[in-house]
Design a protein around this ligand. Structure first.
Ligand SMILES: NC(=O)c1ccc[n+]([C@@H]2O[C@H](COP(=O)([O-])OP(=O)(O)OC[C@H]3O[C@@H](n4cnc5c(N)ncnc54)[C@H](OP(=O)(O)O)[C@@H]3O)[C@@H](O)[C@H]2O)c1
Length: 332
């Protein structure tokens, strides 16, 4: 079978390789053999290949935080899964054609739901969901502000917020995105600018904003801080600008803004399995109803992993890059 791996860090499309690995054989009693149907290439994967992610890797290493798979074979103690089931692996190393997973690390997904959308559900929609639900008590019609609003996470934030009757202010860095984001439920979409708080006040009729979601860092956070009400929370969850967060003493002392970080990995490690299953049941129901729908720019076979990674690292994409390691015919 084919897998993607990296033996050194550096320019992502140069260090990633598609190589042959031994077949996995028969599942042990509590294991499930799955065929990976699709996996996205996320910014964190690119950071890992560059050697800039917060986790050390023993090289050569497989990677890939998420995927969606189909059960191929089950071990003799397996009761909760059947051959042909669609499943979400909770473990990593998903950039492969097949993997052996402990049943306790799988979540059963509904059949007949868009496979490409399901392949992106573990990380970004869950990140959006947990950031909206777990940090600040939000009431109907409360406002959230976010940057990088046209990202996968950004799309999920807009869709989930809309579904929960919350309103969103969405900052983007280039023109041409307003209509698309408003179509999925964004209330306000605006280009980042030096008078961000004035623009936000005008467009929201002076709304009080309690929660900010930041994936950019740098001085973007300073400008967002000025848009927030006293004692609001900023959740930083990404480092897209590559720059450390800037925040002013006025914001931390006089406005008592709370700045903290969000990382999905410890959340998934610490949540009860029941809560994880409930969260993904909610998110897959939103995908099934087409409420969460993240644009896909292109799919690639695993043999073209270098081109796929190079494409994912490009500026101004209009959707995610997805690899379909066993082909595009998901019904076969
Ligand atoms: N902490 C966590 O647990 C966690 C979980 C999931 C995701 N994340 C982070 O969330 C962020 C988004 O991930 P994703 O998969 O949703 O991304 P994505 O769909 O691949 O899209 C990347 C987005 O980032 C924007 N962008 C890139 N550099 C930027 C910059 N310097 N300033 C402003 N915008 C910039 C791009 O805008 P253009 O379209 O204009 O190029 C695009 O909208 C990443 O930083 C990722 O690492 C973190």
């Amino acid at each position: 079978m084919k897998i993607a791996q990296f033996a050194s860090v550096g320019q992502p499309d140069q260090v990633i390789e598609c190589v042959e690995a031994p077949d996995l054989g028969e599942p042990k009693e509590n294991e499930v053999l799955i065929d990976i149907l699709a996996f996205p290439i996320n910014p964190a994967d690119v950071l890992i290949l560059e050697g800039k992610y917060g986790v050390a890797y023993k090289l050569p290493s497989r990677l890939g935080a998420e995927s969606v798979g189909k059960v191929n074979k089950i071990g003799k103690n397996i009761k909760d899964f059947n051959v042909g089931d669609i499943v979400l692996p909770l473990d990593r190393e998903n950039w492969v054609q097949q993997k052996m997973v402990l049943a306790s690390n799988l979540v059963l997904l509904p059949k007949n739901v868009d496979i490409l959308q399901l392949s992106m559900m573990k990380v970004n929609p869950a990140t959006a969901y947990l950031m909206i639900k777990k940090y600040v008590k939000l009431n109907k019609n409360d406002w959230i502000i976010q940057d990088a609003a046209n990202s996968g996470v950004g799309h999920s934030v807009i869709s989930i917020a809309k579904n929960l009757d919350l309103k969103t202010i969405n900052i983007v860095r280039r023109v041409g995105l307003e209509e698309g984001l408003k179509n999925i439920g964004a209330d306000v979409v605006l280009l980042d600018n030096n008078n961000l708080s004035d623009s936000v006040k005008k467009l929201t009729d002076n709304a009080n904003v309690k929660l900010a979601l930041d994936a950019v860092g740098g001085d973007q956070v300073l400008r967002i801080g000025d848009c927030l009400e006293d004692e609001a929370t900023i959740l930083n969850y990404g480092l897209l600008s590559g720059k450390n967060i800037e925040i002013s003493s006025h914001q931390t002392v006089f406005k008592r803004i709370i700045l903290t970080g969000f990382w999905l990995m410890p959340w998934l490690q610490n949540m009860e399995k029941k809560e994880i299953i409930e969260m993904y049941a909610y998110l897959s129901s939103l995908i099934e109803k087409d409420i969460i729908h993240v644009p896909v720019e292109k799919t690639y076979p695993i043999e073209d992993i270098k081109q796929a990674v190079a494409h994912a690292a490009k500026y101004g994409r209009n959707g995610k890059i997805i690899v379909t390691p066993n082909g595009d015919n998901f019904s076969g």
